[in-house]
Design a protein around this ligand. Sequence first.
Ligand code: NAP
Length: 324
Amino acid sequence: MTKSAPLFNRLALIGVGLIGSSIARAARARGAVREIVATAQSAATRRRVAELGIVDQVVETNAAAVAGADLVIACVPVGVCGAVAAEIGPHLSLGATVSDVGSVKGAVIRDMAPHLPAGVQFVPAHPVAGTESSGPDAGFAALFVGRWCILTPPDGANPAAVERLAAFWRALGANVETMPAAHHDLVLAITSHLPHLIAYTIVGTADELAEVTRSEVLKFSAGGFRDFTRIAASDPTMWRDVFLANKEAVLEMLGTFNEDLSQLTRAIRRGDGDALFAHFKRTRAIRRGIVQIGQDSPAPDFGRPHPDLPVEPLPRPYAVSSDD
Ligand code: NAP
């Protein structure tokens, strides 16, 4: 990775799981900041982060982490963002930029903004990149390369602060787009939150057919079901919080989804092959569009090599991307 001139002096990471540890690794590899201070909720995670040596300093409290930082990023589940903001608010430096990485933006802004003092720049963000793994060992520096990071600055946000944070994410390899939080939540409800809900449903339904699951479903799981199980292995805390925080948009999209599912159900019941064919043709074109814009690989089954075939795996972001 090529290095850029540091954009911030001291980065404070609150939470060092998959996303926080990937930011630490990427920021260091790219020279995007001079120094990284981090903390996490449990002593075990803080100890592990220190062992990994991916930050300059590990401290015990959220308040201590933000002291003297000019960029603070909360990399915690969406449901605790408000509590974290309340803890760090009184300890933030004047002029610091405060951001987050939450998969839902409206609720995070509602919960964090009231605790942030005047003179602090609040620029919420969501890197649309991830895997089904959690914790500091799961992160890697290339996670954000070629992925989108969506910024949702509230009305009146300082344009210079927004641009500086955008430059930070670009330094980590991401493409940056800015949009209103409500629009973000609607778009992500259909592109990420609903697919995760469907994966959780299908894998749960298969599990309820216990006898089948133990034998045929697992044995004969082809790409479709296997990919669902991978998505359904995503962190339960994170996804519980996402559905609670993005309730309205998810319910709206779920309503549309149920109508479309009813139409396909009817087509199957009536033996309407033309309707099924037209639908599948349309969705295939969408998939091709995603590959064309470089957001996934055309390789079969995410490039996972068959155990008997010496196939080179794809670069990691393409091999395991599951976010949201
Ligand atoms: P993760 O691997 O589970 O890490 C969460 C981190 O937050 C852990 O270090 C945890 O500490 C810490 N934490 C929790 N509560 C805290 C508190 N009150 N104070 C300080 N630290 C606290 O989760 P993740 O996958 O990185 O997700 C983090 C955020 O990124 C979520 O908001 C999620 O919506 C968003 N996001 C996730 C993905 C994805 O694919 N995973 C993609 C994009 C965005 P302990 O380990 O000590 O509990």
